[in-house]
Design a protein around this ligand. Structure first.
Ligand code: GLV
Ligand code: MG
Length: 325
């Protein structure tokens, strides 16, 4: 192990993260009653310019008055290149900062973007005398943000998670697709010509590189990597497949842009009973081996090493978090 310590973000369940437009006050109670882990009340792209001010007011009222239970509450502020952002931060943190856990910063391009928001949030928190510190969720959704993802991930002690914003990322990189988070028939491999055999087309995952790169930057800085939206909310199988791919790469959560996606995200991002059982057996086998002074251990004919133990511990910890929510 490197001598360099990686400080981990505060442990929070983040299997599902529901996007709720700040302008739609009538949707808030349903979100509060849902099984989602994190809710972000949006001020950015789901809110039209002439509704930004009302959305801010709605969010302040809702954070103060709705019973959100144990849910982690976040707001997505407008981009740093707009004139809305400073009021999003100052008004909401001043007037509802005690119930706000996280601020989501969209289209982060450089570490300095994070620094700038950190500076404003710190001033407001200090002026208000808040004891709790608000954390940051950062959306990586531009070519610039992806290029600087490592510096961005390390830019503030408030950072908790990196999110892959596939829709804006596709626009920024000029990817030839209009689907949000889905696959594309042109991103495929055609098998070689072999005499008398039909050639096959194997679809690939055009987001693999971006998500994998974000996961590395997140984990190297102790942050949660979270996969972003899947646009076709009627396609549950497509959502599940995208969430599974992201989970296999290391993401621990996925956005829900529609309430019907919450359960799917929770299902894919929770360890199964069989996985939890296996993890507990690994930990027991290791504890027995240690007690009897053995170094290497095997379980069901496979060697268990310290990496397996770490994986098992992470799984068991996640299961405890889910059980205790
Ligand atoms: C999310 O903000 C996205 O652009 O996908
Ligand atoms: Mg976006």
């Amino acid at each position: 192990m490197s001598f360099f310590p990686i400080e981990q973000a505060p442990p929070r369940l983040n299997r599902s993260e529901l996007a709720v437009p700040g302008s739609q006050f009538n949707m808030f109670q349903k979100a509060a009653d849902s099984d989602v882990d994190i809710i972000f009340l949006d001020l950015e792209d789901a809110v039209a310019p002439d509704e930004k001010e009302q959305a801010r007011k709605n969010i302040i009222k809702a954070l103060n008055e709705i019973d959100w239970g144990k849910k982690t509450m976040s707001i997505r502020i407008n981009g740093l290149d707009t004139h809305y952002m400073y009021k999003d931060v100052v008004y909401i943190v001043e007037q509802a900062g005690e119930r706000l856990d996280l601020i989501m910063i969209p289209k982060v391009g450089t570490a300095a973007d994070v620094y700038a928001v950190d500076m404003i949030v710190t001033q407001v928190e200090d002026a208000m005398g808040y004891k709790k510190r608000i954390g940051f969720e950062l959306i990586i959704e531009t070519a610039l943000g992806m290029q600087n993802v490592s510096e961005i991930a390390a830019a503030s002690k408030r950072n908790e998670s990196l999110h892959f914003g596939v829709a804006d990322y596709a626009a920024s990189t000029r990817a030839r697709t209009t689907s949000i988070g889905g696959v594309h028939p042109d991103y495929s491999v055609l098998t070689d010509k072999v005499e008398d055999e039909a050639r096959q087309t194997h679809w690939g995952d055009m987001w693999h590189y971006a998500i994998a790169r974000m996961v590395v930057a997140a984990r190297a800085n102790g942050l949660r990597p979270i996969d972003g939206p899947f646009g076709d909310f009627k396609d549950h199988d497509g959502f599940r497949a995208a969430a599974k791919r992201a989970a296999v790469l290391g993401c621990e959560g996925k956005w829900a842009i529609h309430p019907s996606q919450i359960e799917l995200a929770n299902e894919v991002m929770s360890p199964s009973d069989a996985e939890i059982l296996k993890a507990n057996r690994i930990l027991e086998a290791m504890a027995d081996a240690e007690a009897s002074g053995k170094g290497a251990v095997s379980l069901d004919g496979r060697l268990i090493d310290y990496a397996s133990i770490k994986q098992a511990e992470v799984l068991v910890e996640k299961a405890k978090q889910i059980a205790g929510q």
